[in-house]
Design a protein. Structure first.
Length: 637
């Protein structure tokens, strides 16, 4: 009975679990995507769109088909076809009897009677002339002192002039005078005119052109042309297009983020994304190169991924990339990830135009993740004196970067590209952080003992309780800040690989990296730190790395030229280590190195503080020699 009871209990429990699960449906996964509006089908010709060219090859062996008439099959009979008789001399030559003398007018003038002008060719004209005969001068009335007319004025009238008339004869004839012309013998020239009706022909002998051919077939064979059956179709390697579909490559212009449904209702990608993030567990966003302005449509401050939801921003099948922006002058960031949310940026999509308080483009908060393997976070701004022009990760959030670009972001405070706040973690294994700026002009607490540049960490800023790990192909380059042009660290920073290059600290120290931390986990053990600069003229510099902490400690990693054994290092590395120690001492006012074999000296080893064999037998045996060599150079300088 107990066994039976036990089985019944297990079945009851299984049924109970099944009922509970059926009452709690799992959230679905969905994809929201910009819609194709070009009305065309994407098509590129492939091998299947072509066919091989076929040719016909003569394979006939029938002898009756082996003859085709040629010129050799004919004999020509020639027939005279010329109208000119043959002769030994000229048939007819013109002589004087063939011509008649005629007179030809050659003077070039026409006969006329001539013309001389007479009285009828003239017209009488009368010309009138007026001559002033008055002795008075024209002028107005002259008045006396009382305004009376003392002397009357004068204006010339008709009586002041004498009129004279003169007549003259004017030629009005349109003809010119001439003597006239009558043709005489001198106006003619005698010429001969051919009046013979017989042609003047030379002697003629018939040639090839005087005969025509009359061919006669004499070969005795019958011409029988080949038919279709005489040929075999052969497929060649040459190909021709045999496709009825037109080639078309979709571009971003082929897609839209809003429009009309078939039923006439409106649709909008931003609203679809908002609804999906509210109702579904996993959401994939595909832009196909289009631009999504989320805030403009939804009224939301940003795309919010919360409560364990996951958003993947991916490329489309035909068109890569796209843009997510927040074109709000009042200031809104683009993406907010909190409360266990997760975002994966895998497509070549640009996140831009954000103006957020803490994280201009992206904010990653409590227990949330942002994984960036592609795309770009660019041209965002942290406003209201907050950190993280491009990204702010804090409060248990994690930002992982394996690819893509974070560039041209700005903040008036710290972390032009990325700010790692308290409780935040940033792991950078690849990608590039470049051309970002953390305030490179202003000072905080100016004039006081704790004065320092306002902007720290042009590329990355790490707060006291933040962690930043740099490895792989990570690249931090050409960033700008007041201090810590590339990286500014107050928390934990480890660098095993990667590149820090071309960054600038405009006001303080640390062109490439500024470490202001006592944390023992800080370690730079690999990678490249090159071409960084600090413009400070009053502080301590540190173009590549500047380290500031309570014990003023600098950790130096030296590469071995053999693995295991005594961990030997090359002579070049050994000398470079001595030169670097000399430079560090000079920069930091250390007058002498002391190696005591324990932590009491100012030249120590890793094994004095941790359970490790570092730096290995070879370098450990050379530490006293290194101290002496450094002190010799310090003394001589």
């Amino acid at each position: 009975m107990k066994k039976i009871y036990g089985r019944s209990l297990k079945r009851a429990l299984a049924l109970s679990v099944a009922l509970v699960m059926s009452l709690t449906p799992a959230l679905a996964a969905t994809t929201v995507e910009s819609r194709l509006v070009c009305g065309q089908t994407a098509h590129s010709h492939t091998d299947s769109c072509y066919k091989n060219v076929e040719v016909k090859e003569l394979t006939c062996s029938d002898p009756s088909h082996s003859h085709t008439h040629s010129d050799d099959c004919y004999v020509n009979d020639w027939t005279l076809d010329c109208s000119i008789p043959e002769g030994g001399g000229s048939v007819h030559t013109h002589d004087d009897r063939c011509y008649t003398d005629i007179d030809v007018l050659t003077c070039g003038e026409s006969e006329s009677e001539g013309h001389s002008h007479d009285s009828g060719c003239y017209t009488t004209e009368v010309e009138t002339t007026e001559t002033l005969t008055c002795s008075e001068t024209e002028g107005p009335d002259v008045l006396d002192e009382e305004g009376n007319v003392a002397t009357p004025g004068h204006t010339h009238g008709s009586g002041c002039y004498e009129v004279t008339e003169t007549t003259k004869e004017v030629l009005s004839c349109s003809e010119s005078e001439s003597a006239g012309h009558s043709h005489s013998d001198s106006c003619y020239e005698s010429q001969k005119q051919l009046t013979c009706s017989t042609s003047d022909l030379p002697a003629h002998a018939h040639g090839e052109g005087c005969y025509k051919a009359n061919p006669t077939l004499v070969c005795g064979q019958t011409e029988s042309p080949h038919s279709d059956g005489c040929y075999t179709t052969k497929v060649t390697e040459e190909k021709v297009l045999d496709c009825t579909t037109t080639e078309h490559v979709h571009t971003s212009d082929c897609y839209a983020t809003s429009g009309k449904n078939e039923d006439g209702s409106d649709w909008n990608l931003a609203q679809e994304l908002k609804d999906a993030l509210a109702n579904d567990k996993e959401v994939t966003l595909i832009l196909n190169g289009a631009t999504l302005n989320y805030n403009e449509v939804t009224g939301e401050t940003s795309i919010r991924v919360t409560d364990g939801k996951e958003l993947t921003i991916a490329d489309g099948e035909y068109v890569k990339g796209g843009t997510i922006t927040n074109d709000d002058a009042a200031g809104k960031r683009v993406i907010t990830v909190i409360s266990g949310g997760k975002v994966n940026l895998t497509g070549d999509v640009t996140i831009t135009g954000g103006k957020g308080t803490g994280g201009g483009g992206v904010y990653v908060g409590k227990d949330s993740e942002f994984n960036m393997s592609n795309g770009s976070i660019s041209n965002n701004n942290a406003i209201k004196d907050s950190n993280g022009g491009g990204v702010l990760v804090e409060n248990g959030g994690k930002f992982t970067m394996t690819g893509g670009t974070i560039s041209n972001n700005n903040t008036t405070q710290d972390g032009g590209g990325v700010a790692v706040g308290n409780g935040g973690k940033f792991e950078m294994e690849g990608g590039t952080i470049s051309n970002n700026t953390a305030n490179s002009e202003d000072w905080s607490n100016e004039g006081k003992t704790n004065e320092e540049p306002t902007g720290q960490g042009g590329g990355v800023y790490v707060s006291e309780d933040g962690t930043f790990t740099m490895s792989g192909t990570a690249n931090i380059s050409n960033n700008h800040a007041g201090e810590g042009g590339g990286i500014f660290v107050k928390g934990v920073f480890t660098m095993t690989q990667g590149t820090v290059d071309g960054n600038i600290a405009h006001l303080g120290e640390g062109g490439g990296i500024y470490i202001q931390s006592n944390k023992t986990e800080n370690l730079v053990s690999g990678g490249s730190i090159t071409n960084n600069e600090t413009y400070t003229t009053e502080d301590l510099g540190g173009g590549g790395i500047y380290v500031e902490n309570d014990s003023r400690a600098v950790t130096i990693e030296v590469a071995n030229d053999e693995e295991g054994g005594i961990w030997h290092v090359s002579d070049a590395s050994y000398q470079a280590l001595i030169d670097l120690c000399v430079d560090i001492c000079r920069r930091n006012g250390i007058q002498m190195l002391y190696y005591t074999g324990d932590a009491k000296g100012n030249l120590t080893t890793h094994k004095m503080f941790s359970d490790t064999e570092c730096p290995g037998f070879y370098l450990e045996s050379k530490l006293l020699d290194i101290a002496n060599a450094v002190n010799t150079q310090l003394k001589n300088s």
